[in-house]
Design a protein around this ligand. Sequence first.
Ligand SMILES: *Cc1c(COP(=O)(O)O)cnc(C)c1O
Length: 413
Amino acid sequence: MPDTMIPPARYDHIAVEERLGAHNYQPLDVVLTRGEGVWVWDVDGNRYLDCLAGYSAVNQGHCHPRIRAALIEQSGRLTLTSRAFRNDQLAPYLEELCALTRSHMVLPMNTGAEAVETAIKAVRKWGHEVKGVPEGAAEIIVCAENFHGRTIAVIGFSTDPETRGGFGPFAPGFRIVPFGDAAALEAAMTRNTVGVLLEPIQGEAGVVIPPPGYLRRVRDLCTRHDVTLILDEIQTGLGRTGRLLAEEHEGIEADVTLVGKALSGGFYPVSAVLSNTAVLGVLRPGQHGSTFGGNPLACAVARAALRVLVEEGMIANAAQLGAYLLAGLRGIAGGRVREARGRGLMLAVELHPEAGGARRWCEALRRAGLLCKDTHGHTIRISPPLVLTRAEADWALDRIAAVLTGPTPAAVA
Ligand SMILES: *Cc1c(COP(=O)(O)O)cnc(C)c1O
């Protein structure tokens, strides 16, 4: 039996996971074993449409054959050198990523949170060395209801009590302003402000889209006050909103852009900090690093993941089918559904509180063959892989409509 094959028959995955795994997640009780495109299968052979896509890490669809081929090929040649030596995948990767995103410089990391941490370090150093902010006085402005990952520095400026409660002490140097309010942002800027860090659309907060013109105003304020604009596009980026980067919807360019998740198509953790040279240019040898960042396997996988995203038309498909799905979801609004919103294939359905919370509806959707994730109590996120077809969108809409207009499911324990 291959090492990866699950023990046959009646193996109780859920009981074992609950007994041996830390309880920092509360998954739906579905045990998945296989995926292809927008579909996943559980160990009992049931098929589901994946409406989470690994929090947008699987934009290219599950087990995309071209990315898989790159992974297999590269894993038989060279996987890790550390940055102590050079490898022959890094330069082409940097070149392709810069060309695609119109960036000047890249710092390769692994997870999204590491990319955020890296950006914080770089803009603080830039603030000190270039802007002239006294050492230790740098301030970064972030937005309420943000989600930027799970490390100590990052959760320290979360406004979610669940995310930060009990984990202090935290790193100083962050100011929090309401999301979508450019006047509040300007009021919070001081001589020591080095950066503004925000998500173009707040994903974890429930797909919160800021008012039109907000990002453009933030861009102008940052330019006027000599502040670095850092856009966390780890979730909104790489086609999810129907553009390569969500910043394009307002025709702006961040100084620093963070990407991760779909940068590997879900095969492997790959993230990157993209910037103009002024910010990343302040980092000198020995001042930052990562054992795995920029390794040849990651580079080969990311090159393939970017190529299929562009060559297979996934970004335009996200725009078209996102608009189609949103119109369909808006058709269900009324009754229990308070609002359907989204951009591209980053969608959400918000229920009225009387519906009894989104979790039970996600359980009901699972029984109907869709895997969705509840967030913030009453919101169901719908963000399938970008390879969704029109027929699959119709299939999903029929079931979502039937479930959300059907009988109220029992509460889950
Ligand atoms: C997922 C996410 C992160 C963190 O990425 P990890 O790979 O889980 O560390 C950061 N920012 C945003 C907007 C995200 O969606």
